[in-house]
Design a binder for this molecule. Structure first.
Ligand code: GAF
Length: 353
């Protein structure tokens, strides 16, 4: 029996920059998914503690994968992809149990996929290295489930470091752990789940992604990561549509905000990052247009209640708002909002047994 746990995440700053080869600064949460893999007798059998029915399929590659409930594709995806790569995956039983709320933008799907990928790799003794694990986890989401996401969530779920945010360069997926312990500065990172329903999020995410790729093409760069803040005005002048100008302005300024936040955290100036978080929210609201009224209102009320900075975190169109608060007011905050908690940076995927 092999047991691995992989966490959900909060992104401190750097939204929709990952698929532009840019910078992100997420950290791993205490909530996560636990995957238990044992030898099976026949086929692959998958059970989720959060779902009524188990799913049992014959062993196969993707071409012969049957139609199965959505949640189980996140689990079976890794097995189908390994089979496609010529790995003789034996009969297995996989049980998953997650306490990451779904639909809140805390990456319940990355926690699920990464716990399974790590547990299966370990159980079968495949010896996949860090890069191969990330590639496999991303492929489950992008190629099997069909979500065109950018890789940040899987990267931090696999490699998060306790007490640190993970500065990730999404061009080469190198990472650097950056100290992030608000309590040490008398602060708390409060997370408020607005529970706003995600509206049109899948389609709108793809629209943003394609828009950014088209803008990069028009600018003649490999990805928007290659446009620096100093080149921004010139780049905007060369773009054909206002929508594209807004996308580029968000991505370029957001990359700069990540770099500035990292610099402040590494200089021991955590209490100074608030304005960068708030500016990130404004950029997502006004330029990238991925917030919704409930989310904007929550960010504003957190600021009026004394937050040093507040922003939506995650893909957008609903989900959670984070706020950097003086620790003494965070309790009142958690009481004020029905679905709020104080988040700390925890370790990434790890073996439990
Ligand atoms: C979602 C995606 F899965 C990530 O890859 C990232 O693009 C994020 O939205 C926005 O920053 O979580």
């Amino acid at each position: 029996m092999t047991i691995w746990r992989a966490p959900g995440r909060i992104n401190l700053v750097g939204e929709h920059t990952d698929y532009n080869d840019g910078f992100v600064l997420p950290f791993a949460l205490a909530v996560g998914c636990t995957a238990t893999v044992t030898d099976g007798h026949d086929g692959w059998s998958v059970r989720s503690v959060q779902e009524e029915e188990p799913v049992v399929v014959r062993r196969s590659g993707r071409a012969h994968a049957p139609d199965v409930p959505d949640w189980s594709r996140y689990v079976l995806g890794a097995l189908w992809l390994l089979a496609d790569r010529g790995v003789d995956v034996p009969p297995l039983r996989i049980r998953v149990d997650s306490d990451v709320p779904t639909g809140a933008g805390l990456s319940s799907s990355a926690a699920l996929v990464c716990s399974v990928v790590r547990a299966v790799d370990d159980h079968l003794g495949l010896g996949l290295d860090d890069d191969a694990l990330l590639v496999l986890a991303r492929a489950v989401e992008n190629d099997v489930v069909g979500a065109p996401t950018g890789g940040m969530d899987q990267l931090v779920s696999l490699r998060g470091v306790e007490g640190h945010a993970l500065f990730c360069d999404m061009r080469d997926t190198t990472t650097r752990a950056v100290p992030f312990e608000p309590a040490g500065d008398g602060l708390s990172l409060v997370v408020v789940d607005t529970q706003a329903p995600h509206r049109h999020s899948d389609g709108a995410y793809g629209v943003r992604r394609r828009g950014c790729e088209e803008a990069a093409r028009q600018l003649g760069v490999r990805a928007l990561r290659d446009v620096g803040v100093d080149d921004l005005d010139a780049a905007l002048g060369r773009l054909g549509s206002e929508e594209m100008r807004r996308y580029v302005r968000h991505v370029v300024t957001e990359n700069a905000r990540v770099l500035e936040t990292v610099e402040l955290l590494e200089a021991g100036r955590l209490s100074d990052i608030g304005p960068l978080l708030t500016a990130s929210h404004a950029s997502m609201r006004d330029d990238f247009r991925i917030t919704v009224p409930e989310v904007d209102r929550t960010a504003e009320s957190l600021l009026s209640l004394g937050a040093l900075g507040a922003r939506m975190t995650g893909g957008g169109f609903g989900g959670c708002v984070i706020a950097l608060m003086p620790a003494e007011s965070s309790e009142a905050m958690v009481a004020e909002f029905p679905a709020a908690f104080v988040a700390t940076a925890e370790r990434g995927a790890h073996r439990l047994g």
